[in-house]
Design a protein around this ligand. Structure first.
Ligand code: FAD
Ligand code: UDP
Length: 396
């Protein structure tokens, strides 16, 4: 008899498997319908011997010391600051839009102070920023919005930015300096030996059994367990009783080229001319040296594997109905990007999984553990704050 059946071996499922097994001595069966662990963060060496991310570029970044320290128990890190360029008007320029983007695009030599004035002049006043269009036009005006955001977003989501929550394009800042990093988080690093190796270490515990190529529906009636952690799409769990929640999908086209370097940046975005949104060259991310190089193109799609929840009001309303059902389902915990319908990054999923564990195991025990791995000042924005939530009613 297992204490937990965990559905999905991505960050949500694997972190919970590790915590329940190592932290609470629970017996865990972790299953995934895919033939590998790691969920969307899975990486592997391809036929040329180059480490690639099967489901598109995954770059780890977080402001949470607790999340970083937790994962550091399972991997060493390679410091890595991500940089992205956009192909616009025949030029390859920095995105997020910064001082150099404007100067290159318009053949200017503005200073930081002058570019601030430039943005003020072109920005369109928006009374209340509600949509992804508002976010951008209120900062950099319509022309830059159309060059960098409108078509990319329509392609990526199959929706106009005016139909998407502000949170989507708010992920990409605007800068008046020359900082061309994609993220400014305190911790930015890649697992030294890859994500999959980190997952192997997370799951290396005698209380954890892993079943791959296994949809949980094939085994839930056959294998006894006390509770379930479910990290797949929430609407699928409930047989779509309220209809399908939209999830955006992608098709990945992987290629290997017989040259050491393919493009001038780790990721190049193509907002306008191409059917794909971006091209990633993996060796930049991993630091691997190799005579050849591997890249991936991302083609957005409406159908296929669920990758992105689509943040907009009507979807939030539909999700709220599923959440109410989930909350009324005893002994099943819904965790992760698909099960809680949240456009979360990896670190946020780790934090969410640690929070869930904190609730299951009881607050005191987790707090004690968190403190043993921190310097005690508790000023991170993840684990230490989150574990103060106490919900004794679902204590295991
Ligand atoms: P997943 O990784 O999706 O894991 C869920 C697992 O459940 C899957 O493996 C699935 O096969 C399994 N499953 C579903 N249904 C069943 C079933 N019925 N039976 C058995 N198994 C089932 N985050 C970052 O922080 N940085 C990035 O750079 C970044 N880049 C991204 C790029 C792309 C293209 C995508 C799609 C996402 C990116 N993310 C990034 C987000 C990141 O992938 C997620 O935050 C994280 O992987 C979510 O983990 P999860 O465990 O919730 O879900
Ligand atoms: N975006 C855009 N142009 C860009 C980069 C991003 O329009 O060059 C918009 C687009 O809607 C995208 C969102 O901003 O989905 C968030 O971008 P991010 O790079 O964070 O997307 P992710 O890596 O999660 O796919």
């Amino acid at each position: 008899m297992f204490d937990y059946l965990i559905v999905g071996a991505g960050f949500a499922g694997s972190v919970l498997a590790e915590r329940l097994a190592a932290g609470s001595d629970k017996k865990v069966l972790l299953c995934d319908k895919r033939p590998h662990i790691g969920g969307n963060a899975y990486d592997h060496y391809n036929e040329a011997g180059i480490l690639v991310h099967k489901y598109g570029p995954h770059i780890f970044h977080t402001n949470s010391r607790e999340v970083f320290e937790y994962l550091s128990r399972f991997t060493e890190w390679r410091p890595y600051q991500h940089r992205v360029r956009a192909s616009v008007d025949g030029q390859i320029v920095p995105i997020p839009i910064n001082l150099d983007t404007i100067n290159s695009l318009y053949g200017l030599s503005l200073t930081s102070f002058e570019v601030e004035e430039f943005f003020k002049k072109v920005a369109e006043p928006v009374e209340r920023v509600k949509t992804s269009e508002d976010v951008v036009v209120s900062k950099v005006g319509r022309e830059l919005y159309e060059k960098f955001f409108r078509n990319y977003t329509r392609k990526q989501w199959g929706l106009d930015p005016s139909e998407l929550d502000a949170s989507v394009t708010s992920r990409v800042p605007t800068r008046t300096n020359r900082d061309d990093r994609y993220f400014t988080d305190t911790y930015q690093a890649m697992p030294q030996y890859g994500f999959t190796r980190m997952f192997e270490n997370l799951l290396d515990h005698p209380n954890i059994k892993v079943m791959l190529n296994c949809d949980y529906r094939e085994i839930e009636k056959e294998i006894p367990f006390a509770e379930m952690i479910y990290t797949g799409p929430v609407d699928a769990y409930f047989d779509y009783v309220y209809g399908q929640l939209p999830y955006r999908s992608l098709e990945f086209k992987h290629e290997t080229h017989d040259v050491p370097v393919y493009q001038s940046a780790p990721v190049v975005n193509y907002p306008n001319e191409q059917l794909y949104t971006r091209v990633t060259e993996f060796k930049y991310l991993t630091g691997q040296e190799h005579a050849k190089t591997s890249i991936v193109f991302e083609f957005p799609k409406a159908t296929g594997d669920a990758y992105y929840p689509v943040p907009r009001k009507e979807n939030a309303e539909l999700y709220a109905k599923y959440k109410a059902l989930a909350d009324r389902t005893p002994k099943v915990h819904f965790v992760g990007r698909l099960a809680t319908y949240k456009y979360y990054n990896m670190d946020q999923i780790v934090a969410q999984a640690l929070t869930t564990y904190g609730k299951i195991a009881g607050m005191k025990r987790v707090e004690a553990q968190a403190h043993s791995h921190s310097n005690g000042n508790g000023n991170g924005n993840g684990y230490s704050r989150i574990i103060r939530v106490s919900t004794p009613e679902i204590r295991a």
